[in-house]
Design a binder for this molecule. Structure first.
Ligand code: NA7
Length: 567
């Protein structure tokens, strides 16, 4: 074309305002908020339905250990009045049904592409857009994160055809516990029976009737599934590397009266959730565990044990999470409970954790410790007899080969960072996120990263997320991100990105706060300790939701302090 006729070049319009990766509770709410802003968004989801965590984790006994009435969206009073929960703690099928209901109720599916694996995303400085590469999730190899599971899309929504989408904003709503990991033991492929990962459970379920089952891992997923699998299997061998602290869930049906009461005061409760440290309102302690008599303390711990719930024991006293002497008292109390329940003294001793209570994620159970009293259930302490390999017939430890018909891997996740670094995210000048995080994740507020303009993380590392009721954290993050995007729009700005100084200061702050607690003493996934080679950096912000929210709000009110905004 002759120069005289050249049209002045302006950057091409992106396909959509935002690409959201993941159709769990974060991604769905982000889409709702984008639409509120009058913006267009597309949600790319590897699974064949919405629900995220609750789509994938279908293992026997899978249940949330935050109560139903609290583990739900608060943004829609109509939704919370409409929905009925059946139990104190919601089981996976019920949470999934809730997620599906939300997708339908708010007509989200038209902007959700299921069965779509995002493989890479690259920021283009000239056009200030992200180019997001995707392909059908059915092409996932075995052992991938959320690999294709052979189930068709029941809803007929748009499936991926591959290719790329351009967008002004990229929102990673990929979850904190979504990149499943297998145990690092040789020979997994040589086992001749079926194997299952708790986070990739077959939709049709698994029948263990009459089988000798082995399960590796004793985190939340194992603690929930072991009692259920034990009821079916002819034999169950639990391979434990680190014992969990588990408290009774005290799950029960939720009577209509209790639900009605909550529905009458839901607004008040939602405010209390937001104002609580972990998104779970509990009376705040005022005393040290060390300043009360042993009788009073035991009575208080007994009460927490009887009530059940994740936070009650820690919230008994001010210093359980801070002072090792106080923590020891909680630890000894739980050891006493384990010894009371588990009849075989050696098994009981092996089940008693030595690390400080709460420094690894505690579990809630229904009959977990009791299960070890069954004749056909045995515990193998891997600290004493480590796994040497998986064989055609079962699992071989340093002591002997355990012959098995099926193996369950309840071996957890590459938490908080895995789902992000498994996507090849490239920011300014092609810099890779994985590389930028090689010494540990670096974010500002857990929500954005220097060098990655217009990239938002929902509940990312450096935010309180995994230490809280996720739904409360998700809503706070999404609301904040939506406000930030709205701000850019209102001021005719094209890009937002944290400064390195603000990010460095935030990372230092997160580390300093963690160092004041006992958290770094547990070899937890909070620290990356469960993934060989992962940097040992404490990833969540431990300062609690109110302080975190206040900081995020102050940053926004000051015109996005610590961020660079560009036209
Ligand atoms: P978790 O809590 O990370 O538990 C995984 C378990 O698997 C844990 O006991 C691990 O022991 C064990 N594990 C991991 N790798 C190995 C190998 N290689 N050998 C032996 N044992 C191993 O995951 P969950 O799915 O149970 O729960 C995840 C979260 O969901 C939970 O925290 C709640 O937030 C809900 P380790 O402790 O690393 O020694």
């Amino acid at each position: 074309m002759p120069d005289a006729l050249a049209v002045p070049s302006s950057p091409p319009m992106p396909d959509v305002d935002a690409v959201i990766v993941g159709a769990g509770f974060s991604g769905m709410y982000m889409l709702i908020q984008l639409r509120e802003l009058g913006l267009s968004g597309v949600v790319l989801e590897a699974g064949d339905d919405v629900g995220g965590t609750w789509h994938w984790n279908r293992y026997p006994g899978a249940r949330c250990d935050v109560e139903s009435l609290s583990y739900s969206y608060s943004f829609s009073p109509e939704l919370e009045q409409h929905w009925t929960w059946t139990e104190r703690y919601p089981a996976q099928p019920e949470i999934l049904a809730y997620a599906r209901h939300v997708a339908d109720r708010f007509d989200l599916r038209r902007d959700i592409r299921l069965g779509t694996r995002v493989t890479a995303a690259r920021y283009d400085e000239a056009s200030r857009t992200w180019k997001v590469s995707q392909r059908p999730a059915t092409a996932d190899g075995q052992g991938g994160n959320g690999g294709g599971d052979g189930h068709g899309n029941a809803h007929g929504d748009g499936h991926a055809g591959g290719g790329a989408i351009t967008a002004r904003f990229l929102v990673m709503a990929t979850g904190c516990l979504s990149a499943a990991k297998l145990p690092e033991v040789p020979g997994i492929a040589s086992f001749r029976g079926p194997t299952y990962h708790t986070a990739h459970w077959p939709h049709e379920g698994a029948d263990f009737t009459g089988l000798r089952v082995g399960i590796i891992g004793t985190g939340s997923s194992a603690v929930q599934s072991i009692p259920v699998i034990a009821r079916q299997a002819a034999g169950l061998t639990v391979f434990q590397r680190t014992p969990a602290y588990s408290l009774p869930a005290r799950n029960r049906p939720l009577p209509a009266s209790e639900q009605g009461e909550m529905k009458a005061r839901y607004r008040e409760w939602r405010t209390a959730q937001r104002e609580s440290r972990a998104g779970i309102p509990v009376p705040m302690p005022t005393q040290s565990a060390l300043e009360v008599s042993a009788t009073e303390r035991t009575a208080r711990f007994e009460q927490a044990w009887d009530v059940g719930g994740l936070v009650n024991l820690t919230a008994s006293y001010t210093d359980i999470a801070l002072d090792i002497a106080a923590n020891d008292l909680a630890r000894e109390f739980i050891h006493g409970k384990i010894r009371e329940i588990v009849k075989d003294p050696r098994t009981a001793a092996d089940l008693c954790p030595e690390y400080p209570y709460g420094t690894k994620r505690p579990c809630l159970d229904t009959g977990y410790y009791e299960t070890y009293n069954l004749d056909h259930v045995q515990l193998v302490n891997l600290r004493r007899t480590p796994i040497e390999g998986i064989t055609a017939k079962g699992i071989r430890t340093s002591e002997r080969e355990h012959e098995l018909d099926a193996i369950v891997f309840a071996t957890g996740f590459d938490a908080m960072t895995g789902a992000l670094t498994r996507v090849d995210i490239r920011g300014r000048d092609g810099a890779s996120l994985k590389n930028a995080w090689r010494a540990g994740p670096r974010t500002y507020l857990g929500v954005a990263c220097a060098g990655f303009p217009n990239l938002f993380l929902i509940t990312g590392p450096g935010s309180p997320s995994v230490l809280t009721n996720m739904l409360v954290s998700i809503e706070q993050h999404v609301d904040w991100v939506a406000d930030a995007i709205g701000h850019l729009r209102a001021h005719g700005l094209a890009a937002i990105e944290p400064t390195r100084e603000a990010q460095d200061a935030w990372v230092d702050h997160v580390n300093e706060l963690a160092a004041q607690t006992l958290f770094p003493r547990g070899n937890s996934w909070y620290l990356g300790a469960n993934v060989p080679g992962k940097p040992r950096v404490f990833m969540p912000y431990v300062g609690g939701l109110p302080a975190y929210r206040a900081k995020c709000d102050a940053v926004a009110s000051a015109g996005y302090e610590g961020f660079t905004l560009t036209p």
